[in-house]
Design a protein around this ligand. Structure first.
Ligand code: FE
Length: 342
């Protein structure tokens, strides 16, 4: 009896081996390569894209999700021994920080260059934008007419006295906004703008964009500055809120945009595979999947945003290279501090 079981097992094993040899190239199970991604983005936003890539290529992707700062500390501490092949995070200010800590590799990819506009990637190829979020003006539709609005700077005018809500200056989103403004308007003019905003605040600063939107909707203030996807999320939940987005500076430099993005790590052992994954993320196929999951805009100009996002209207975006947000980050933080923007 035992002999029969053994011989059946033997035949089964031989069959399995034979199948394995013949089917190896087609089955993800036998994928040669595994990529490790350190991600500061919510797992739920990344997972669908990763699963699709594995399905198509057989490349397995391990995701380690943590806070931005923790991931950077980890990458630095691990040094040459890091298992990470890619870093995914939000805001050019954060990606620039990663460059300062020397954890990203310079990648020269013609595909990335052609899929991602120049202002949304590092000119030296160490990080690349994968989706766009606009940081724009939101207003209460019962209390403000769009014709009352024009520019970020104009939110400091006397008509907005005690009518403005802002998120804290401690958040990188606002540091990037102000750094980019400094790059355009210079230090003195930006100081005046920030000071005038602080003078117009209706409430103490909030710790996140959703609170800013809720405060505007509740009439605690009438205008504020937020990232577009927070508006999208809130409106999905509560479609009747008296809120709308306004695109400022359309006659000038355009709306401040930022990115979620990624870079290949300096000590990746799978640079080719990591670069191929980045290239795929910028492709027409992956772009919608990546941008739509968080109600963002694709970076690849060949792709249209999701209908829900497109409904907010077209706008001209600031075309200044986002590396400026990093270069001037420290100065922007100091400027906001001096002007009393908490
Ligand atoms: Fe956010």
């Amino acid at each position: 009896m035992a002999a029969i079981v053994r011989s059946r097992l033997f035949i089964f094993l031989m069959f399995a081996l034979w199948m394995g040899v013949f089917l190896m190239p087609a089955l993800p199970l036998f994928a040669a390569e595994t990529l490790v991604v350190y991600s500061a983005r919510n797992e739920q936003l990344i997972k669908p894209v990763i699963d699709q890539y594995t399905k198509e290529t057989g490349v397995e992707i391990q995701l380690l999700t943590d806070k931005e700062a923790a991931l950077l500390v980890r990458l630095e501490a691990e040094g040459k021994n890091t298992p990470a092949d890619l870093l995914i995070t939000v805001d050019a200010g954060n990606l620039w920080q990663a460059v300062q800590q020397d954890v990203l590799l310079q990648v020269n990819s013609e595909i990335l260059k052609s899929n991602v506009p120049l202002h949304l990637r590092d000119p030296r190829g160490r990080w690349v934008g994968l989706s766009i979020r606009a940081r724009t003006i939101a207003y209460n539709t019962n209390r403000v007419k769009p014709s009352d609005l024009s520019t970020y700077e104009a939110l400091g005018e006397p008509q907005w006295k005690k009518r403005l809500c802002l998120r804290t200056s401690k958040k990188v989103y606002n540091q990037s906004l102000i750094a980019m403004m400094m790059g355009q308007l210079g230090k003195e003019k930006t100081e005046q703008v920030v000071k005038s905003w602080v003078d117009n605040l209706a409430t103490p600063v909030f710790s996140n964009d959703s609170q800013v939107l809720e405060a505007i909707a509740a009439g605690q203030c009438d205008v504020g500055i937020v990232n577009t996807y927070y508006y999208g999320r809130l409106l999905r939940e509560k479609p009747d809120l008296p809120l709308a987005l306004f695109w400022p500076n359309q006659a000038g430099r355009g709306v401040h945009v930022n990115i979620s993005g990624a870079g290949v790590t300096k000590y990746s052992k799978h640079v080719k595979a990591a670069t191929a994954f980045l290239e795929w993320l910028s492709s027409e196929e992956a772009q919608n999947l990546f941008a739509d999951s968080n109600l963002e805009y694709p970076v690849n100009p060949k792709i249209k945003p999701a209908p829900e996002v497109a409904a907010w209207g077209d706008f001209k975006q600031d075309q200044t290279n986002l590396s400026k947000a990093g270069e001037l980050q420290k100065e922007a933080i100091r400027l906001m501090d001096r002007m009393g923007y908490k």
